[in-house]
Unconditional design. Structure first.
Length: 136
């Protein structure tokens, strides 16, 4: 194709990115200025601070790599996960399911002194009814 076509396409892409980033920054600024000062007594921010907040959030929570379509947080595709699931035996599938039943990928949190399964040694927490094993 012609070189001019690709240049025009690149410019169009940059304009779209700039407009979307501008609109999202304006929305963040508006929400912040509407909610944070009245709820928490925090300062109001301007447009550039909202843009900086978006960049900071991306760095902290999104990382530096672009995330492609169909890929999970750790870089493998859901297709790969489905293939692994299909290769599991019924016993492996049941063991996998049981890990996720309690919520939070097997880390279900505090369920009282008896634990999740009713025994004092259950996975739900330490025996005796004290969190952190009594070492607070």
């Amino acid at each position: 194709m012609r070189r001019g076509f690709w240049i025009a396409r690149g410019v169009k892409f940059l304009v779209i990115v700039a407009v979307v980033l501008g609109v999202v920054s304006f929305v963040v600024m508006s929400l912040w200025n509407r909610l944070v000062p009245s709820l928490f007594g925090g300062p109001m921010i301007d447009y550039w601070e909202a843009l900086g907040l978006l960049v900071l959030a991306r760095l902290l929570f999104g990382g530096l790599r672009p995330h492609g379509h169909g890929h999970g947080r750790w870089g493998h595709s859901w297709h790969h996960s489905r293939e692994r699931w299909e290769q599991m035996t019924p016993e492996e599938r049941e063991r996998f399911r049981s890990r996720f039943r309690g919520g939070r990928c097997g880390f279900g949190g505090w369920h009282g002194p008896e634990g999740r399964d009713g025994s004092p040694e259950g996975r739900g927490g330490p025996a005796g009814g004290e969190k952190n094993g009594g070492n607070a």
